[in-house]
Ligand binder design. Structure first.
Ligand SMILES: [Zn+2]
Length: 128
């Protein structure tokens, strides 16, 4: 697979994501990112609620066994109500897809989002 250089969000998708996270706060959200790989970038086109998602305070999980085999699923995004952008060990244990995006409280701007690869590498997030 080609090396991924960045994760690109159209600004309306980005704003929608932050608004959703603010709405659900202080609970954690977990969503799937759908889009395509374009020129070495993951281009997010929409986010969706995974089937059988469990959401509560301090945890968000889902069973990947219930997910359709959908190559347009780029990865996941979840929120950190704590405000930290650092992924936990648990996060990497539940890595799904090619990228893990974290949005952190207060969910207001580009400084409240980070993206990681499975090996822990940080990917730049770009707004389109
Ligand atoms: Zn996390």
């Amino acid at each position: 697979m080609a090396k991924i250089r960045s994760v690109d969000f159209p600004s309306d998708v980005f704003e929608g994501l932050l608004a959703y996270a603010r709405h659900v706060h202080p609970r954690e959200v977990l969503l799937l990112l759908r889009g395509k790989v374009s020129g070495g970038s993951l281009r997010v086109e929409e986010f969706l609620v995974p089937p059988f998602a469990v959401q509560g305070e301090g945890f968000a999980s889902f069973s990947p066994w219930f997910l359709p085999l959908d190559p347009s699923i780029l990865g996941t995004v979840h929120s950190h109500p704590s405000g930290s952008l650092r992924p936990s060990t648990e996060d990497f244990n539940h890595f799904y897809g090619r990228v893990m995006v974290i949005v952190a409280y207060p969910y207001r701007s580009e400084s409240n989002i980070a993206a990681y690869e499975k090996d822990g590498g940080n990917l730049p997030v770009r707004l389109l």
